[in-house]
Design a protein around this ligand. Structure first.
Ligand SMILES: O=C(O)CCC(=O)C(=O)O
Ligand SMILES: [Fe+2]
Length: 183
């Protein structure tokens, strides 16, 4: 993106990064269960270590198909999170993913979530925004976003999980359509 090498440093002074240790036991009815339901990682970047069992699937944007992400020995999976989608003004996109289980073997995975300071105001980087390419997102506070996401995890039935799409600036065509409907 032709940014300064230290462009992101200030965002991570009091980083809120964390590691999760996932254990997926064998499941007797794998077609009725998911290891992790579909979601996008909310932070900046995820570095995922996993064993050789497999189970991670990513959603292909072109046709919405779930694609198996085969484990590669001694390799990490690097996942772009929502924050990089916003910082890059959608040059990079956060991919939707989920985890399948199987009835044969337990699986272990260790994602490291690389996240900025809780007080970070996330918005498209000014160097990447211009009149020709206006900001696609309004600014939001990362700490509040994370807390809201965590709180809503416990009441998924009545609260929609907070998503970066809630901060998306409508395309001109959508805005015009909305304005016309109001009249
Ligand atoms: O276990 C995996 O492969 C991924 C887990 C995951 O997506 C997550 O913890 O956010
Ligand atoms: Fe994830």
């Amino acid at each position: 993106m032709e940014l300064r090498a230290d462009r992101f440093e200030d965002f991570f002074k009091d980083q809120t990064s964390f590691v999760r240790l996932n254990h997926y036991p064998p499941c007797p009815v794998p077609h009725l269960a998911l290891g992790v339901g579909r979601h996008k990682d909310a932070g900046a970047l995820t570095v995922l270590a996993q064993d050789d069992v497999g189970g991670l699937e990513v959603k292909r944007k072109s046709d919405g198909q779930w694609v198996w992400a085969s484990p590669t020995p001694d390799a990490y999976i690097i996942n772009v999170g929502d924050i990089i989608q916003v910082w890059s003004n959608e040059a990079y996109e956060s991919v939707e993913h989920r985890v399948m289980v199987n009835s044969e073997r337990e699986r272990f995975s260790i994602p490291f979530f690389f996240n900025p300071s809780h007080y970070t105001v996330v918005e498209p980087l000014e160097e990447l925004v211009s009149n020709e390419s206006p900001a696609k997102y309004k600014a939001y506070n990362w700490g509040k976003f994370l807390l809201t996401r965590k709180a809503s995890n416990f009441k998924k039935l009545d609260v929609e999980n907070i998503q970066i799409s809630h901060f998306r600036v409508p395309e001109l065509a959508d805005a015009l359509e909305g304005a016309l409907k109001l009249n």
